[in-house]
Design a protein around this ligand. Structure first.
Ligand code: UDX
Length: 448
């Protein structure tokens, strides 16, 4: 079995490292940030991901070693995955600082190695980056030739937070952008060995096409969500129309499929916005304005505005009102609040003078670190509802499903609930409280 190394232990790098180690590979994983590396070494990941801790404790100090120097990782392996972050700059372009640094260091380390080595870029990078940045930096620092003395691929990941381990073990498909046939062949061989009889389809192409595939995947998903949110906003103008039924129907069309058709407060997370902005900027710099992608972003931003309008419709004004916000994470089963629409809603409510009480099963510690003061954090959903003028279901955590109509009626000052994630059943709730939902056209009077 080939020996594997990972450079950068964020969600992608660490989840892949533990999965390869769990399959028996010898894995050396490098993290530059000593505090993160130490926390991982202690057996406790510095972020929540289902099953990650269990996998880490199963593999740590057996065939997974966490190191804090690049050279040890590269020289102890045959294949190096670059899994560093490529965050967005203020102007929307991609920040390649970590990738550039990693490429230089890998080059310096490789200088000390004779045997063939495969470098696999997994970080999301705009088309052209692997060949115009990574390749020359490694060649310059090793003094060797790409495609001959070392090999290079781009291999995007499609991991969803909260499902990352599963998405590593059972990807829908694998993309291999090979610098040359030999490079692609080496990576193909690894994935054949890793997945065995469960090998998914492998799409082999050139590197720039592979780099674009990642953006195409994410921008398509974000656009699909903005499309169903557009349908939701139209439904709200039609008494009795219900976007969840529209989604159920069109999802039956095999060309559409039922996934990513949940209308709501909009999409968040560290990837969609970053990747959309990066691709929009990348395209405009090259003379093409991707209006559809710009509209995808704009439609998403407007979901916050429309929710504020719903609250104003019911409360007449927001200033001085007590608003209960259920859910802060960008989606359920994660403590991650990056680009969370729930957080953006809280910030807008505060701007309009609301007194916000918020509860989230996991994301309160991260929220405390980022949002300025002024939010009252509750220890439970029920406590969050107490004496509030209006409640917003912002993130669809499973535990919020257990709330019954009486929980709202008995604890709230005025039982008004805005269901931003269609978690609840209108029939059950609207008899006992004022229930407003995204994508539900209000009926003048309930129809039989
Ligand atoms: C996404 C991509 O799915 C993944 O392939 C890529 O590698 C990283 O970015 P992630 O950001 O973890 O993964 O979350 P995802 O499950 O895609 O949800 C993104 C956002 O869309 C969340 O805020 C979620 O609430 C929202 N969403 C998702 C909807 O609003 N409606 C849906 O139907 C699905």
């Amino acid at each position: 079995m080939k020996k594997i190394s990972f450079i950068g232990l964020g969600p992608v790098g660490l989840c892949m490292a533990v999965c390869f180690a769990a399959k028996g590979y010898q894995v050396t994983a490098f993290e530059k940030d000593a505090s993160k590396a130490n926390q991982i070494k202690s057996g406790e990941p510095y972020f929540y991901e289902p099953h990650l801790e269990e996998f880490l404790q199963k593999t740590q100090n057996k065939n997974l070693r966490i190191v804090t120097n690049n050279e040890e990782a590269v020289l102890q392996s045959d294949i190096t995955f670059i899994t560093v972050g490529t965050p967005a700059k203020r102007n929307g372009t991609i920040n390649l600082r970590y990738l550039t640094e990693a490429s230089k260091e890998i080059g310096k380390s490789l200088k000390k190695k004779k045997e063939a080595h495969l470098i696999v870029v997994k970080s999301t990078v705009t088309p052209g980056t692997t060949q115009n940045i990574v390749k020359p930096l490694v060649e310059k620092n090793t003094g060797r030739k790409c495609g001959k003395d070392f090999f290079l691929c781009f291999n995007p990941e499609f991991l969803r937070e909260g499902n990352a381990i599963k998405d590593v073990l059972e990807p829908d498909y694998i993309v291999i952008g090979g610098y040359n046939q030999k490079s692609a062949g080496m990576l193909k061989e690894l994935y054949n060995e890793f997945h065995k009889e469960h090998l998914p389809s492998i799409i082999q192409t050139n590197i720039p096409t592979a780099e674009l595939m990642k953006y195409a995947n994410n921008t398509f998903l974000a656009t699909k969500i903005s499309l169903i949110n557009t349908m939701a906003n139209i439904c709200e103008k039609i008494p009795g129309a219900d976007v969840t039924k529209v989604a159920e129907a069109i999802g039956k069309d095999h060309r559409i499929n039922p996934h990513f058709l949940n209308a709501g407060l909009g999409w968040g997370g560290s990837c969609f916005r970053k990747d959309l902005q990066a691709l929009i900027t990348f395209s405009k710099e090259r003379g093409y304005r991707p209006m559809l992608l710009e509209a995808t972003c704009r439609a998403n931003d407007l979901q916050i505005k429309f929710t504020i309008e719903k609250i104003k419709e019911k409360l007449k004004k927001i200033d001085g009102k007590r608003i209960a916000v259920l859910g802060l994470a960008f989606k359920p089963n994660t403590d991650d609040i990056r680009e969370s629409q729930s957080i953006k809603l809280v910030e807008q409510l505060q701007k309009e003078g609301a007194k916000v009480t918020a509860y989230d099963p996991m994301a309160i510690p991260n929220t405390r670190k980022t949002l300025d003061k002024g939010i009252n954090y509750a220890l439970s959903a029920i406590e969050c509802l107490k004496n509030s003028d209006c409640a917003i279901l912002a993130t669809e955590w499973e535990e919020f499903k257990k709330l019954k109509p009486e929980d709202f009626v008995q604890n709230m000052k005025t039982p008004i609930l805005i269901d931003c994630r269609r978690l609840y059943n209108q029939e059950k709730l609207s008899k006992q409280l004022c229930y407003i939902a995204i994508g539900l056209g209000e009926l003048a009077e309930p129809q039989l």
